[in-house]
Design a protein around this ligand. Sequence first.
Ligand code: ZN
Length: 257
Amino acid sequence: MTTLDIRERLSPNHDSRGEPPHMRPINMLVLHYTGMQSAAAALDRLCDPAARVSAHYFVEEDGALWRLVPESRRAFHAGVSCWQGDSDLNFVSIGVEIVNPGHEWGYRAFPEPQMAAVEGLCRDILSRHRIPPFRIVGHSDIAPDRKADPGELFDWPRLALAGIGLWPPPAAGLSRRRGRGVGVVQHAAALADLARIGYCVSAAAEQVALAAFQRRFRPERWDGLLDAETCARLAEVRMAVEAAQAAEERRRRSRFN
Ligand SMILES: [Zn+2]
């Protein structure tokens, strides 16, 4: 039961999440930007049967909310993607499209009414589905070689303060030595940290995964280069993920005891 003011414009682009016993629970939330010149054009595309794309929700810059696909159905928003080794992400996720022209058409800050609406919508979704904080991601996290959304201007820290997703505040004294080269050992550690956080990454694709990580957790610079600050931030985020995973595991066990 939702108390949000949501308009409905149902998209034809959805199908089954699977049949029991193969149906998996919804346990992931993916945030996007629309990346089109106008909200109307984006909404039309997400409802165009020929486009074969959709999302469950759509958030305008003034905070207006739309439901495009019922949560019980699989929407087509993640595309070729991967998180924590799993690549069938549309089956287990809810997708939210947030209106912004994106990097191609004049990327800009997400206005306050829009962020407030995103926060309210996420809270509402989390009240209905058990989605651990480390499974609340941006599209660029799960498709770093193809996607940059919702991008470095998206206010992840605000959502984390509201209990939505992980964004550990950088520790005081975190190294600010950007651009300074690091060695082979640090590259190996960075790959391990990225994988532990959830990124599906190989040494060959290290730079795009690092850029996705930076957009989200060190948004001042997202060049994909492994500097000392990024190394420190990776360790910080990895520890926050491990703590959240341990808490999730305890919660799961206590349910069965
Ligand atoms: Zn996207």
